[in-house]
Design a protein around this ligand. Sequence first.
Ligand SMILES: Nc1ncnc2c1ncn2[C@@H]1O[C@H](COP(=O)(O)OP(=O)(O)OP(=O)(O)O)[C@@H](O)[C@H]1O
Ligand SMILES: [Mg+2]
Length: 145
Amino acid sequence: MNNQIHISFPAIPINEGVARMVISGFLMGIDPTIRELEDVKTAVSEAVSNAVIHAYPGGCGEVRMHATLDENKLELTIEDDGVGIADVQKAMEPMFTSCPKAERSGMGFTFMESFMDTLSVQSNPDEGCCVCMTKIFGKTDAYEM
Ligand SMILES: Nc1ncnc2c1ncn2[C@@H]1O[C@H](COP(=O)(O)OP(=O)(O)OP(=O)(O)O)[C@@H](O)[C@H]1O
Ligand SMILES: [Mg+2]
């Protein structure tokens, strides 16, 4: 099945849940396993919450989510126009956070990387952040029942 959606919404906390619901509905057509669905919802939560928490300090801007399904391959992009990231490689390290006082664990990118098949992050200071992830559905996992 081929399909695509594009949505945009303000970077406010309630929209993390909205984005999760939207991606769940979008994937219904390919009948994902519960685990596949949870993996994608977690990745969406992490990417959207990053835009909500980090992208627009002291303000609120736009977040865009694009999802494309080509047969059983999902391509998912979540982007903002916020402050961006100076050192993307550093930001993607497990347990790196720029907000330790807010008790963040610095595991968002690590979760996205482990729950999706591919992750790429493009960002520059003051040029927003674009997170692109892909996942192939229906792969059989030998260790899964
Ligand atoms: N959309 C974004 N805009 C600006 N900075 C970002 C964005 N997304 C991530 N970052 C930066 O990358 C760092 C690492 O992000 P990551 O999601 O891995 O951890 P975290 O958000 O700090 O903590 P956690 O996700 O575990 O609550 C953040 O602390 C922040 O500095
Ligand atoms: Mg995060």
